[in-house]
Write a protein that binds this ligand. Structure first.
Ligand SMILES: Cc1cc2nc3c(=O)[nH]c(=O)nc-3n(C[C@H](O)[C@H](O)[C@H](O)COP(=O)(O)OP(=O)(O)OC[C@H]3O[C@@H](n4cnc5c(N)ncnc54)[C@H](O)[C@@H]3O)c2cc1C
Length: 409
């Protein structure tokens, strides 16, 4: 029997690949095998960020960075002290893939091609001798009395691992949750995060649907205990855009429990203070007609809709605006309410809320607290971030921590 330990990683995604490369960075001689169910690795990286791959985010302070994760923020805070976006940028740059930061903080490859990231990871894995087996999903894992793992692979093959990393991605698909369960873990049932809201109140089809395509920023949206400010996009189905997606992430579990039926309140002024603004308009632009004088950078079509909702004639001049009308317009501008009746998944970036409970994992090493020799990384954990490169950063950080510790065998 070979005395050289064998490390096995289930999942050829961002987290699994990064973990394999971290192992090799510590000890190049250690045999590492990446098992992948699909016929090719890194599929999500390939399609991520609209084909450009939003690799990470330009937020380099661990506590501030952790705040972008509705689940996992407490645990990631410490982890980011060990591997954070600055390390991600340096890692790729050192391997010939320079990254660039866009105005909103999102970081992409200079090439604007996700393929640059995929090529870099697969090239490094080949150079360092990582064994990659596609079409070879891990079907079952059992911890033997000697502490090693007996693995059953698709196609009937068997393998023994001294250490096993489960990096199987979101637990809504595949058998990752089941594998973890058989090894003593209790995965949290998955629900989607980062989704748009379907709106189906009585006014939607007639009054709001014709505005599909109109967006406004900033807008403050709130539902339940959560509030987010950012851009909102009106769609055929309802409301979308970054502020809505972020709200969906923070409220993911509660909204699922409500079967996606709840009220969302929209402040189109983003807290700018409607009354004071009306006063200024009355004083400085009293002759102007409201219909042709949108405020708060609200697009004309949306402004016209809001005036109609507040029952204010478009030809009303600011100086003629009655007290009751000003109050109605203030209400409409600051607390437009919509009845959400369902969710639609956002195609750009989709992530799972739920997975391995963070309390079952030691975030210094990503080792299981329940099963010696077992590790977790990436989206398989009950960790998810909002849009902006945070989900990949979770994969890089936890993959790197897991690989580094697995290598110290
Ligand atoms: C369309 C889309 C675009 C996205 N864009 C971005 C973006 O620009 N920026 C960002 O930060 N995030 C983005 N995300 C989220 C990001 O892709 C994920 O958070 C990230 O890929 C998670 O990495 P992972 O390695 O944990 O899981 P995955 O990438 O899902 O990889 C897991 C792998 O494990 C394999 N697997 C599963 N079970 C087994 C098994 N039993 N045995 C062997 N293999 C198994 C799967 O086939 C898969 O290849 C996007 C997601 C989607 C869907």
């Amino acid at each position: 029997m070979s005395t050289i330990p064998h490390l096995v990683i289930a999942g050829g995604g961002a987290a699994g690949f990064f973990a394999a490369l971290a192992v090799k960075a510590v000890n190049r001689a250690l045999p590492v095998t990446v098992l992948e169910t699909a016929d090719r690795v890194l599929r999500k990286v390939t399609v991520s960020g609209g084909g450009r791959c939003n690799v990470t985010h330009a937020c380099f302070e661990p506590a501030a960075l952790a705040r972008f994760y509705p689940r996992g923020h407490r645990e990631l805070r410490g982890a980011f002290h060990k591997f954070q976006p600055r390390d991600t940028v340096a890692w790729f740059a050192a391997r010939g893939v320079p990254l660039k930061t866009e105005a909103d903080g999102r970081i992409f490859p200079v090439s604007d091609r996700a393929q640059s990231i995929v090529a870099c990871l697969t090239r490094e894995a080949a150079r360092l001798g990582v064994t990659v087996r596609t079409n070879t999903g891990l079907q079952a894992a059992r911890r033997q009395p000697d502490g090693r793992f007996a693995l059953a692979l698709a196609g009937g093959a068997r393998l023994t691992a001294d250490r096993l990393l489960l990096a199987c991605g979101g637990t809504r698909a595949g058998n990752g949750a089941q594998l973890a369960q058989t090894l003593g873990h209790a995965p949290i049932p998955p629900v989607p995060s980062l989704f748009s809201f379907r709106v189906r109140d009585e006014h939607w089809c007639e009054h709001w649907q014709p505005l599909a395509g109109v967006s406004k920023a900033p807008v403050t949206v709130s539902a339940g205990d959560w509030r987010q400010t950012g851009a909102v996009l009106i769609t055929h189905e309802g409301l979308s855009g970054p502020a809505i997606l972020q709200l969906s992430a923070w409220g993911a579990r509660r909204f699922a429990a409500q079967n996606y039926h709840f009220t969302v309140s929209v402040d189109w002024t983003a807290g700018a203070g409607a009354r004071a603004q009306f006063l200024r308009c009355r004083q400085h632009a009293g002759q102007r007609r409201l219909g042709s004088d949108p405020q708060f950078a609200i697009p004309q079509r949306l402004w016209a809709r809001l005036l109609t909702s507040a029952a204010i004639p478009a030809d009303r001049r600011w100086r003629e605006l009655r007290k009751g009308e000003a109050a109605a317009l203030t209400r409409t501008l600051t607390v437009s309410q919509f009845q959400v009746a369902g969710q639609s998944l956002h195609r750009g970036e989709l992530v799972t809320c739920g997975g391995i409970p963070t309390r079952e994992v030691d975030f210094r090493t990503m080792a299981s607290k329940l099963c010696a020799g077992l590790y977790f990384a990436g989206e398989m954990l009950d960790i998810d971030g909002v849009t902006g490169g945070f989900n990949f950063q979770n994969a890089w950080t936890t993959g790197w921590l897991a690989g580094t510790d697995m290598a110290a065998i």
